[in-house]
Design a protein around this ligand. Structure first.
Ligand code: ACO
Length: 329
């Protein structure tokens, strides 16, 4: 076992003020509150306005996490931002967050694993602490997907919301903190969920704008089937790596994409529904922010106690999937 383990020393979130309800969407596309509730579980979501970018959401969540951890921004050795909706292609959103926190010098980079970004990020961030290279890492999951939504496409515009969640990771006693991770990807499914233009394969042009290629495109049905199967696989993978049984998990914090995905996977896993943290009715699918937003709800509930085992499970574009098991310190 590694000498150092990485544990959560503080947490913070931030969501934009503006609420978009299902009733608002009824006025924009041919949909209904009932359809959205029944098919997804979502009731409302937060959306960015004006010139608010992903780095703004990320920096506010980071400030809250820094305060909660009782550290100073100067104590941070590394800023790692998991996002698929960076402010721009480069520089990294992590560098922009660093500047917004009023610090310089520490390492900063972005990680892209779509909605699995926070789980990938947790795994990567923990390595720096486990090896002894860094003492304090700021991990942020932040996305502003509504910036890339075609508001005329009812298949996708009802699903997404914006937000950010951050954790401060520090050394904890071995045996606590992150005890197991499982990460996976299958690039053969890359076409199922993507933003086709704006990158080097298809740079922005009059044609890409005309053809609406800067918006999220998704094969919802295929992603749904993938998600149900893979949420189960990721959970089993992390349990196997930890040598644990599903009964030993006290709380499951899944990516908040769709209540039907969570319910089916939970039934397959055989985990008590009372252990599952769900808040997608308020925020929709906030991509990398969804797991830390749900984790923060659990944290604020005051239920968490030392020794509790939490499982975070993510899945998303790439395709990517993964899970972390954390023993609460
Ligand atoms: N309102 C009303 N009707 C709609 C809407 C809407 N907003 N959207 C689709 N429909 C219609 C369809 O056109 C279709 O009509 P038809 O039968 O006449 O063709 C009908 O509803 C059923 O459509 P399905 O796509 O079969 O509906 P489904 O039950 O699969 O639900 C949904 C669609 C909610 C998108 C579901 O497939 C889903 O949640 N998929 C996973 C999406 C997801 O989680 N993506 C994010 C992954 S994470 C990341 O990396 C970003």
């Amino acid at each position: 076992m590694s000498k150092h383990a990485a544990g959560i020393a503080g947490m913070g979130v931030f969501v934009p003020e503006k609420i978009l309800t299902n009733a608002d969407l009824e006025k924009m596309v041919d949909t209904s509150d009932e359809w959205i509730r029944v098919r997804t579980g979502i009731i409302e979501r937060r959306i960015v306005e004006g010139d608010t970018a992903t780095s703004d959401l990320a920096a506010e969540a980071a400030k809250n996490a820094i305060k909660d951890a009782g550290i100073k921004p100067e104590d941070i050795d590394l800023i790692l931002v998991a996002t698929s909706t960076p402010d721009m292609i480069f520089p990294s959103t992590a560098c922009l967050v660093q500047s917004k926190l009023g610090i310089d010098g520490c390492a900063a980079f972005d990680l892209q694993a779509a909605c699995t970004g926070f789980v990938y990020g947790m795994t990567v961030a923990a390595q720096f602490i486990e090896t002894g290279m860094y003492e304090t890492v700021l991990l942020i999951g932040a996305d502003a997907f509504t910036r890339h939504i075609n508001w005329e496409d009812r298949d996708t515009c009802i699903l997404f919301g914006d937000g950010a969640g951050a954790v401060v990771l520090k050394r904890v006693e071995a045996g606590y903190g992150l005890i197991s991770s499982y990460l996976a990807a299958d690039g053969r499914g890359a076409d199922l969920l993507k933003i086709p233009a704006g990158g080097s394969a298809n740079p922005g042009s009059e044609e890409t704008v005309r053809d609406k290629l800067h918006y999220v495109q998704m094969n919802g049905n295929a992603v749904f089937k993938f998600a149900v199967r893979i949420l189960h696989e990721a959970a089993i993978g992390a349990l196997a790596n930890a040598g644990m049984l599903v009964e030993e998990i006290d709380y499951l914090v899944p990516h908040q994409a769709n209540i039907r995905i969570i319910d089916s996977a939970a039934a397959r896993l055989g985990i008590d529904k009372k252990k599952i943290i769900v808040n997608l009715e308020r925020y929709g699918n906030t991509s990398t922010a969804s797991i830390p937003l749900a984790l923060n709800d659990l944290y604020l509930s005051g239920k968490l106690k030392q020794g509790d085992n939490l499982m975070l499970v993510g899945f998303g574009a790439g395709l990517t999937w993964g899970a972390n098991i954390i023993k609460w310190y």
